[in-house]
Design a protein around this ligand. Structure first.
Ligand code: FES
Length: 379
């Protein structure tokens, strides 16, 4: 594992995302976990996670996120939080809320958890429960109250798509009622299960424009009562997002089985051997592995990115999206209007809308059975 000689110095990772488990009680149609997650049952032990956290801290990592699947399904979550805090991380729990009881949140508070991000699927019970294929709306509402009661800043995340974009006003009203401080309205990113259900989830431009106008209206009206982040979907943009702030730049994810990833979706990229934290030290992986060096800097870029004045701003966009849309992760992210494949993105949007009009494709909810079926089809 040797770093290429001609690259600028590599800064340490700022953010460690510990994906503790792929297990989850929900069945969301837009889940970003790998579609074949049911075949990846292995999980690092408590001791192995603590070792990962120690190594990351030694590298200089400051933020630690616990996610999944549903991280609350790990009985050792409180212990990991306590250790993370003791090591000096700013700790963040990313959760559906299912399983967050009064005694558990009290223990987390005691162990020093800094921040909880709770997800809702919609402002209505019907849509929330439909999109997660569970009856969880009331439970989530209870958890939201629990979070407030324990004096956490309330961070609410709602993934947006064509089924709930028209409810954006009601979603903000719900957030106001809950006393939310930060509301993240994140339009669906098409990775994992979101990619499988892309034709179903894709909104229309009209829906997006309306939702964005509503968000701006609320921002003007309610001022700082809630900070609202509205993440526009890539497929409707002319420039790509600076995904992960650049590959191997600030973000280090560790999958449940210990696979080290520069982004949550990287496993979808073929031909890259992602190292495992049970076999290699984190520093070795971050600075020296072929996987983390693969798309660092700009030496790997082809035209039009290689000669583009914006390449240090967007880093060529998203590698996983370039692969999903063009079949080659080294291509420019075709969301960029400068990409010769930009027309493919628009074609995908139009095709999704045609399919919606014909009503032909059912939603494939995340489940073990669907995961095994799709993995078999892939093979
Ligand atoms: Fe993998 Fe963007 S999600 S590089």
């Amino acid at each position: 594992m040797n770093a290429p000689a001609s690259r600028p110095p590599i800064a340490p990772p700022l953010w460690l995302l510990a994906e503790l488990t792929y297990r989850c009680p929900l069945h969301c149609a837009f889940c970003y976990n790998p579609v074949d997650y049911a075949q990846q049952r292995a999980e690092l032990s408590t001791g192995e996670w603590i070792d990962v956290m120690r190594q990351a801290r030694q590298l200089g990592t400051a933020q630690l996120g616990f996610s999944g699947g549903e991280p609350l399904l790990r009985d050792d979550l409180e212990e990991l939080i306590g250790e993370g805090r003791r090591l000096g991380f700013y700790t963040n729990l990313i959760t559906s809320g299912i399983g967050l009881t009064e005694p558990r949140i009290a223990r987390m508070k005691e162990r020093g958890l800094d921040h909880i991000q709770l997800s809702f699927q919609d402002s209505t019970r019907e849509m929330n429960d439909f999109l997660s294929s569970t009856k969880t709306f009331d439970l989530k509402a209870k958890v939201a109250r629990l979070i407030k009661r324990h004096d956490y800043p309330m961070v609410l995340n709602v993934v947006l798509h064509r089924f709930n974009l028209d409810h954006v006003d009601r979603i903000i009203d719900m957030a106001l009622e809950m006393g939310v401080e930060y509301l993240e309205l994140a339009n669906t990113q098409y990775y994992g299960w979101g990619l499988v259900n892309r034709a179903q989830l894709m909104p229309t431009r009209k829906q997006l424009l309306w939702a964005e106008a509503v968000v701006n209206e609320y921002r003007a009206r309610i001022g700082n009562r809630i900070r609202i982040l509205f993440v526009v979907p890539d497929y409707f943009e002319e420039r790509p997002k600076a995904c992960m702030n650049g590959w191997g730049s600030v973000f280090f994810a560790v999958a449940p089985d210990g696979t080290a990833l520069p982004c949550h979706a990287a496993r979808s990229l073929p031909g890259i051997a992602f190292p495992n934290v049970t076999e290699h030290r984190l520093g070795e992986i971050w600075y020296g592995s072929g996987a983390f060096n693969r798309y660092r800097g700009d030496a790997w870029m082809k035209a039009p990115c290689s000669g583009c004045p914006e390449r240090h701003k967007d880093f060529g966009g998203c590698r996983c999206q370039a692969y999903a849309l063009t079949g080659d992760a080294e291509n420019a992210d075709p969301v960029c209007a400068r990409s010769p494949r930009h027309g493919d993105v628009q074609a995908v949007v139009l095709q999704a809308q045609r399919m919606q009009a014909q009503g032909v494709q059912p939603i494939v909810f995340r489940s073990d059975a669907n995961s095994r079926r799709l993995a078999a089809v892939e093979k």
